[in-house]
Design a protein around this ligand. Sequence first.
Ligand code: ADP
Ligand code: ZN
Length: 212
Amino acid sequence: MRLVLLGCPGVGKGTQAEGISKSFKIAHISTGNILRDEIKKNTYLGRKVENLVKKGNLVSDEIIIELIKNEISKHESSNGFVMDGFPRNLKQAKMFQDILDMLNLKLDKVVNIFVEKDEIIRRLSSRMVCSNCNSVYSIDDLKNMPDTKCSVCGGKLYKRKDDEKNIIEKRLELYETETRPLIDYYSKQNLLIDIDGSGSEDKVTERVLSKL
Ligand code: ADP
Ligand code: ZN
């Protein structure tokens, strides 16, 4: 199974991708997590993209495509993948198509998750992320916990630098101009499934799995 997840920041792509990857035993490929990891490890690539990512700008298509080629070849022997955060604009979508054509692979579905804007801003500004396994929490859920550690792996939780109000706004604008056109692109290929992303994570996962 080969899937793409679409949706603006905060819509729950990361959480849903994790659930989907477990259910279908496919690779979860998150360009955002890969880039943050490179930044954390202070690699050559990490240093190159650090400022862009922290300020909510997009990384160049060339860097992203190299990274994706590498990820696809790394998971070649697996049952497929779910892309989270890629493609993010039409150019990336077309280059992705070329890569898939070359490998004789086809996308099965593109899952488009939507949530209303007020809820998105609330989610992003109260988001905490595990520095080890990338699980996502909300500050509201953590209020009554004395020790804010990840309940999955015990890792330390942190607030992403790009989850700050003015940067959130920039990311949402970039989503509108760069990424939203992909809905039309994939809809014309009859690949799109629309999913209401409101409510609990489990409810959303149920909705997604029922359509795959
Ligand atoms: P979100 O969807 O919540 O904004 P991600 O974790 O998907 O967060 O991405 C974080 C940042 O990583 C983006 O703001 C951007 O700087 C960079 N990034 C991730 N994926 C891509 C991509 N496909 N193309 C360009 N930049 C990307
Ligand atoms: Zn964790």
